[in-house]
Design a protein around this ligand. Structure first.
Ligand code: F0G
Length: 449
């Protein structure tokens, strides 16, 4: 059957509605054309992020009720630790309130002036935490990753040659090699098992540990199962386990493949590093058996990590995102190919060829899509990274929350984009009226030209 059905039925519903065209106009003007400043009630379909926006299952809600809220040694913590050991094979783990808290603790300990941290592509909070410690974050993705039309099956791969020469020259300054699975910054693209194994070999030869940024580990494992030679007969769970077995540690935002609304993990093998990380956790997150979370959050996370590896779920998850990407390509809309796992990224310069980079085509498309159909998306380009960094592309990310929207919601999104594309020359460029130095995309204001 061609129809993608959600492998779940719906038990609790939340109404969404389309604000009138006049209201959408008023909302846009009130927010200075910045969708981060729009109240969620005025959004019909919210594709701003897949982080913390997933729907929990009946089993997760049941786990929330049975949670143990003890300050120390809660049963919920022990259950989470057992799950992490079973799925990820790490005995030492610290819960944190979200991914960037794990990053902050890790780079406080191993970052610092003069250090260099390579990654296939750093997510912005990872880069910010590395730089905050005084270290330098270096992206070493493969060249194919910067060409949106290149259909390389593993565009998240680390460029092994560049990593090798960095390690040969500077290994004493590299405290860790990171690898982000899947690579959010390069379009939700996966890393192959072969590339991870080769990265591990390089790390071993130079005596440097390998860490994963494993927010979307299950989606990455599914791509490996589907695309990598010889992996089709293995379970996603088994593949995920091998990915973790190759690593010495991991930072995880459970708001993605943990399918929870808040939570993170720091996984470590080294006993001494774990002891020091535990001290820092107590300093800023909370005691080591709750790390800034409630017992109910730990329960929901433990259950979420089990459910995310369900193959009916993963098949549907990746298939439904791919479906949106394929429909847009059929309509002539250039996206980052092949479609990513958690999101589709539209090439806004190709969508709005009448706008120059200075006229912010990505943000212009974000504004136009909200105006046209009440859909909220996010610019990943000149606004997010700043004109000074000169990002190679202006993209618009359609991030798909887990288990929240149905196929007809996605058909609506496709229809809206196809309609907008037909009258794309009417999309107006923008100029920045007001923007702070740091993280301008959250609070900048724009004006239509
Ligand atoms: N690493 C990656 C690859 C991420 O995508 C994110 C968050 C983080 C780390 C940080 O985790 O938000 O829990 O502190 N990405 C979200 C997004 C915000 O919209 O892509 P966090």
């Amino acid at each position: 059957m061609k129809t993608i059905i959600e492998p779940f039925r719906i038990k609790a519903v939340e109404p969404i509605r389309l604000a009138s065209p006049e209201k959408r106009e008023e909302v846009l003007q009130g927010a200075g054309c910045n969708l981060f400043k729009v109240a969620a009630e005025h959004v019909l379909i919210d594709l701003l992020t897949d982080s913390g926006t997933g729907a929990m299952s009946a089993q997760q809600w049941a786990a929330v009720m049975r949670a143990d809220e003890s300050y120390a040694g809660s049963t919920s913590f022990l259950r989470l630790r057992e799950t992490v050991e079973e799925i990820m094979g790490f005995e030492r783990m610290l819960p944190t309130h979200q991914g960037r808290a794990s990053e902050r603790i890790l780079f406080d300990l191993i970052g610092g002036d003069g250090r260099i941290v390579p990654n296939n592509a750093h997510f912005d909070t990872t880069r910010a935490n590395i730089e905050h410690s005084g270290a330098r974050a270096v992206d070493l993705g493969i060249p194919e990753a910067t060409d949106p039309t290149n259909r390389h099956p593993f565009k998240g791969n680390v460029d092994l040659e560049r990593l090798e020469s960095l390690l040969a020259a500077e290994s004493s300054r590299v405290p860790v090699v990171m690898c982000t699975v899947t690579s959010n910054t390069s379009g939700g693209q996966p890393v192959s098992l072969g590339n991870l194994r080769a990265t591990r070999d390089l790390c071993d030869r130079h005596g440097v540990p390998l860490f994963l940024d494993a927010c979307r580990f299950a989606e990455n494992a599914w791509f490996i199962k589907e695309r990598e030679a010889g992996q089709q007969e293995r379970s996603a769970r088994d593949i995920a386990r091998e990915m973790f077995d190759l690593a010495d540690g991991a930072t995880i935002s459970a708001k993605k493949d943990g399918i929870v609304n808040i939570g993170g993990l720091l996984l470590l093998r080294d006993e001494e590093l774990f002891r020091r990380a535990s001290e820092l956790t107590i300093l800023t997150e909370g005691y080591v058996t709750y790390g800034g979370l409630a017992g109910r959050d730990l329960e929901a996370m433990a259950q979420g990590f089990q459910e995310v590896l369900d193959e009916d779920y993963l098949r549907y998850r990746i298939r439904s995102t791919t479906y949106v990407g394929e429909k847009l390509l059929e309509a002539g809309i250039q996206i980052v190919e092949p479609p990513g796992g958690h999101a589709i990224y539209i090439d806004a310069c190709r969508f709005c060829p009448h706008l120059s980079r200075e006229q912010l085509p990505g943000q212009a498309l974000v504004v136009a899509l909200y105006r046209h159909a009440g859909i909220r998306t996010c610019e990943v380009g000149t606004v997010m990274f700043g004109a000074r960094q000169q990002p190679p592309l202006d993209l618009v990310r359609l991030a798909v929350p887990r288990r929240v929207y149905t196929q007809s919601h996605m058909d609506y999104v496709v229809e809206a984009l196809v309609e907008l594309y037909a009258e794309r020359e009417r999309i107006r460029g923008l100029r920045i009226v007001d923007a702070p130095e740091a993280l301008p995309h959250f609070s900048a204001s724009f004006e239509e030209i």
